[in-house]
Design a protein around this ligand. Sequence first.
Ligand SMILES: *[C@@H]1O[C@H](CO)[C@@H](O)[C@H](O)[C@H]1NC(C)=O
Ligand SMILES: *[C@@H]1O[C@H](CO)[C@@H](O)[C@H](O)[C@H]1NC(C)=O
Ligand SMILES: *[C@@H]1O[C@H](CO)[C@@H](O)[C@H](O)[C@H]1NC(C)=O
Ligand SMILES: *[C@@H]1O[C@H](CO)[C@@H](O)[C@H](O)[C@H]1NC(C)=O
Ligand SMILES: *[C@@H]1O[C@H](CO)[C@@H](O)[C@H](O)[C@H]1NC(C)=O
Ligand SMILES: *[C@@H]1O[C@H](CO)[C@@H](O)[C@H](O)[C@H]1NC(C)=O
Ligand SMILES: *[C@@H]1O[C@H](CO)[C@@H](O)[C@H](O)[C@H]1NC(C)=O
Ligand SMILES: *[C@@H]1O[C@H](CO)[C@@H](O)[C@H](O)[C@H]1NC(C)=O
Ligand SMILES: *[C@@H]1O[C@H](CO)[C@@H](O)[C@H](O)[C@H]1NC(C)=O
Ligand SMILES: *[C@@H]1O[C@H](CO)[C@@H](O)[C@H](O)[C@H]1NC(C)=O
Length: 571
Amino acid sequence: MCGILIWQLILSALALTAEAVNLRPTPASKRNNGPPPPQFVQTQGGSFFVNGSQFQFVGTNAYWLHALNSDQDIDNTLASIAAANITVVRTWGFNDVETIPENGTWFQHISNGTITINNGTNGLQRLDKVMELAQKHGIYILLSLTNNWNPHPLDDPGTAGGTRLVTNDTRPRNTLSNDYGGMDLYVRQLGSSQHHDQFYTNDTIITAFKDYTTAIVSRYKDNPFVIGWELANDPRCGSSLPASPSCETRVVTRWHSDVAQHVNSQDPNHLVASGNQGFVCPDCPKLFQRPPPPPPVAPAPPQPSPAPGTRRRRTPGPLTRAKLLRERKAMWRKARKVQKRSGKPSGGVRIRGRWMASPAIRAEDIDVGSATDGSHGVDSEDILSISQVGFGSFQLFPDQNDYRLNPEDTTLPLFNQTLQIGLDWIRFQGETAALLGKPITLTGFGLVTSGNADAFVPFNSTAPFGSDQGTPPSQQPFGVTDAERDEAYRQWLQAGLAAGLQGMIQYQWGQGNLTAQEGTAVSPTPDESGVTPNQDETGLSPNDGYTSLGTGQGEFLDTMKAGAQEFGPDV
Ligand SMILES: *[C@@H]1O[C@H](CO)[C@@H](O)[C@H](O)[C@H]1NC(C)=O
Ligand SMILES: *[C@@H]1O[C@H](CO)[C@@H](O)[C@H](O)[C@H]1NC(C)=O
Ligand SMILES: *[C@@H]1O[C@H](CO)[C@@H](O)[C@H](O)[C@H]1NC(C)=O
Ligand SMILES: *[C@@H]1O[C@H](CO)[C@@H](O)[C@H](O)[C@H]1NC(C)=O
Ligand SMILES: *[C@@H]1O[C@H](CO)[C@@H](O)[C@H](O)[C@H]1NC(C)=O
Ligand SMILES: *[C@@H]1O[C@H](CO)[C@@H](O)[C@H](O)[C@H]1NC(C)=O
Ligand SMILES: *[C@@H]1O[C@H](CO)[C@@H](O)[C@H](O)[C@H]1NC(C)=O
Ligand SMILES: *[C@@H]1O[C@H](CO)[C@@H](O)[C@H](O)[C@H]1NC(C)=O
Ligand SMILES: *[C@@H]1O[C@H](CO)[C@@H](O)[C@H](O)[C@H]1NC(C)=O
Ligand SMILES: *[C@@H]1O[C@H](CO)[C@@H](O)[C@H](O)[C@H]1NC(C)=O
């Protein structure tokens, strides 16, 4: 057992003491009006607290909640989530449009320099309903304020007419999570150049976004069932609009600091989180001072031998590129030895649902990967060091990103490699957050199953990711089985608990029996003859490749319930 684990034990011992004597915890981040009332979610060290009790949770994502067609639908959805003992829902608190749509919800119209916020019955009053009904079911809401992804083509005729001519995508607006506006929409309408990072640097855009955050956070600042504000889903330098050459980690970090201060000044009651994917960059220049390291701990007891399939814990202390490289090379040597003995060929890695063959690598070729080299323009450690950022966040979508911290053990079956990449990533994030003394949550994790493969649309795309794509063409059937998904979720939940994560939010919830309405995210599905059925046909929640609806839903729910039980409320 290493120092970090002991530190975590000390923290949880402190937490227990605090609870036993009913001390009111002081928030980690400095609020401008002192600590918020105790019923608001706050932090002490690496934990969340509500009313003086520790709050650790399993959650789910349902970005489409405010786009449902009736209050009853929102109520039913939140009721079934609560019945699975899930206590946190992450959802979109934005819905930007360039053209006012014919049907469905919209919150903000940005066009030709003019910005209108819609607080009508098809506007923010939909979000009011989500908030009200969440509270009714005892569910906390993590609300994202914008999205990195909004891949509309520049010559998109808009959404009023429905079909996007360039992509010929006929799905109604708001079906996909990247179809709710976001950073690129602000840039398209307000930027002086068509670079994604204008969002972080252009004063006109920064002011527009701050005004939007003011509208949202001031609306819900007295609601204790907001767990916190997530500044953006997956902020980074690039999107469907490219990054400018000057975008680097400090640009994205500086924006976080500025907007987090603004949000905190409008609403001192709630925590602020980034929403980034957790990429780190040990050797990037920092803007913020890392908090002092945890106090020295007693000498470590003898180390128990690790369970088969688990990896050595990272040695404690600040993360450096040199250390990462040393560990990767050691792993590579170990994997190569095993591989030589087994005589199996070297494999590949699963990215965007596909196994990419990787050329045989030599020790001197090993470098830290894109998760740790700053190439996305994200340094989540520096962001978490911002005093107004109250808790850390990261994501885990092995079908869409490369999270490898270690060279893959190619002797393992492909599913097991994916599983292991997730376990390593979770452990790594827990250790990094422990060094900074703030809670960390996994705000989205998911695997695409073969049953969902046809519906899978990656975040930087508007079209399904066809099963015959990928270079080289797929050797494997696309997607994992339902049982593999459940096994991965089960092991990741366990790993998160062991790594000290304070919350884990699965992506994404699936709900049936919803009201369907033409031209909305829940539209009637055409039957086999292509004829659109009646308006009163019940609808399914949108699916971008990760829905929990389907034949395996029962087992999925059992997995989540078991996870929720373990994370569950303090007793
Ligand atoms: C926290 O305490 C307040 C005041 O006693 C109470 O109204 C509220 O329901 C409590 N919150 C939770 C989540 O227990
Ligand atoms: C889990 O949910 C069930 C059904 O809503 C409820 O009866 C039970 O008390 C919950 N368990 C916990 C630990 O919250
Ligand atoms: C955009 O705004 C400018 C200045 O207010 C105006 O002259 C122009 O006609 C507008 N263009 C469109 C397409 O509305
Ligand atoms: C909508 O905004 C207007 C103008 O700020 C305000 O007068 C009105 O009360 C708001 N209505 C709702 C329901 O928020
Ligand atoms: C979309 O459909 C139109 C009309 O059928 C066709 O002219 C156009 O080439 C299509 N665009 C793409 C990108 O497939
Ligand atoms: C931001 O965009 C506006 C509108 O295009 C432009 O006038 C302004 O110069 C830009 N500011 C910066 C700092 O790029
Ligand atoms: C997103 O997609 C566009 C268009 O295919 C591409 O040019 C861009 O590099 C992609 N951005 C990222 C961050 O993957
Ligand atoms: C792969 O993972 C599954 C599920 O955890 C496990 O049963 C199996 O033994 C693993 N295979 C190997 C070779 O480790
Ligand atoms: C819809 O409700 C019916 C009746 O309660 C239930 O049998 C069915 O499984 C539900 N469908 C979905 C997709 O949830
Ligand atoms: C809007 O809804 C109406 C009535 O349900 C429908 O006829 C129309 O096609 C929808 N518009 C779009 C753009 O989908």
